[in-house]
Unconditional design. Structure first.
Length: 250
């Protein structure tokens, strides 16, 4: 048995089993691949079942704000704080689950753009016939970045803004977008793309994905057990494997 899975199972031995519950998890697509790997181990040993739905931060904030219920909600930190302020999530329980950086991708075999600096990236984006970014946390930042670079008005007419659950990488792989911007964890699963690298340090955005129990959670104890598992050292290897970093614990 791989050491990482053994660590997961060892941790779960300390999770209170109690009565089996179905936990509704609503989480950012940035953590999807890591969690799809981790959740079966949690379910096997805890006896709970996790009904997971993934979308982007913008969509999750909207859905929960409009009344959708979940036991545990995980999204970009700004969205988490907004939902707490709106009374939808429980204050005092926000937990940072992972951090992520934005990367640049092109189609396999395409010339690799120069992204060595902010000015170089600006020139590369202006030269591209089309670009793609998400409508979630990373895309919100890309708009801000393009505005700061002074090129948003020139770029938006050639930009594809992907809907929730539409991977930016697929638009790049198809050749429709010459350059794509997305969280690394959401580019890694896509075939047919070349991940050029991350945004230059001076314009990089590190997104913290955090979450909290829903104020109307039907399975709060089971959801809390899941949250503790997802931030445990046992889960760290899978988090890193899928292009994220475990959030620091202060």
């Amino acid at each position: 048995m791989p050491r990482s899975i053994l660590a997961v199972l060892t941790f779960l031995m300390f999770v209170s089993l109690g009565q089996s519950a179905e936990i509704k998890l609503l989480a950012s697509g940035a953590v999807k691949e890591a969690y799809l790997e981790l959740l079966p181990s949690f379910e096997k040993v805890s006896g709970h079942r996790v009904n997971a739905t993934f979308s982007n931060t913008t969509d999750i904030r909207k859905r929960v704000g409009e009344g959708e219920l979940a036991d545990l909600v995980i999204l970009g930190d700004n969205g988490t704080q907004a939902l707490i302020n709106d009374g939808k999530l429980v204050p005092g329980t926000p937990t940072a689950f992972a951090t992520s950086r934005i990367y640049v991708a092109v189609r396999v075999g395409a010339p690799r753009p120069d992204i060595s600096s902010g000015d170089a990236l600006k020139r590369s984006v202006l030269a591209a016939k089309s670009v793609a970014y998400s409508s979630g946390a990373s895309g919100t930042y890309i708009v801000t970045m393009l505005q700061k670079l002074g090129i948003y008005d020139e770029v938006r007419s050639k930009a594809f803004v992907m809907k929730p659950n539409e991977p930016v990488g697929e638009k790049v792989a198809s050749g429709e977008a010459e350059i794509g911007f997305h969280q690394l964890s959401e580019l890694l699963p896509v075939k047919g793309i070349d991940i050029v690298g991350q945004l230059p340090p001076e314009i990089q955005q590190v997104t913290v994905f955090s979450g909290s129990l829903h104020r109307a959670a039907e399975q709060p104890e089971a959801a809390l057990a899941l949250a503790k598992f997802l931030i445990s050292p046992a889960a760290a290897e899978s988090i890193k494997k899928h292009g994220l970093e475990p959030a620091s614990r202060n």
